[in-house]
Ligand binder design. Structure first.
Ligand code: IMP
Length: 167
């Protein structure tokens, strides 16, 4: 669906935008595990302002392709984020339930701001409205894998975004 070259071009554009918007300060990049580890790694290398990187482990799906609607935190941040500008880095906003939950959670911890960067957005499946401040690509309602995204823990290492065919 999206080639490695298209991804690389867009990720650089997002990095440039983020660097411009945070140019007067620093930003804590929160990589939402596991799906955004590759996007976060590439995006971070295009961000020129001072950053700290932290990781938040979540699980919202079982082994299949349907969200359970329940967001489980499997690994918390390693440091407080009081007075910090926080940028949540997500692989995909699908129903929006995961990112909405994470925004609410982090806002309880006194950050100066919380913004969202997501590589992909599937608006057709939205169950809650979420503002994605830095969006890579809007995609149609297909289950996708690669560049960090999985299907039953497989295909995360594909360098491009591909579609899982289902009959
Ligand atoms: P949401 O809570 O429904 O927005 O789903 C968010 C999480 O579900 C993402 O961070 C992904 O880990 C996973 N997810 C949603 N859609 C897909 C997909 O098409 N492929 C792989 N994972 C997906």
């Amino acid at each position: 669906m999206i080639s490695a070259e298209q991804i690389a071009t867009r990720v650089k554009e997002l990095g440039d935008l983020i660097s411009r918007d945070y140019k007067d300060g620093s930003v804590v990049l929160v990589c939402v595990l596991k799906g955004s580890f590759i996007f976060a790694a590439d995006l971070a290398r295009h961000i020129t302002v001072p950053t700290r990187i932290d990781f938040l482990g979540t699980r919202s799906y079982g082994e299949g392709t349907e969200t359970s609607g329940v967001v489980q935190i499997t690994q918390d941040l390693s440091k407080p984020i009081v007075n910090e500008a926080v940028l949540l880095i997500e692989d995909i906003v699908d129903t929006g339930l995961t990112i909405a939950h994470l925004i609410d959670l982090l806002r309880t911890r006194g950050p100066r701001s919380v913004k969202v960067a997501s590589l992909l957005h599937k608006p057709a499946r939205a169950r809650v409205q979420v503002q994605v401040d830095y969006l890579g690509f809007t995609i149609e309602d297909k289950f996708v894998v690669g560049y960090g995204l999985d299907f039953g823990e497989r295909y995360r290492n594909l360098p491009y975004i591909g579609v899982v065919e289902r009959d």
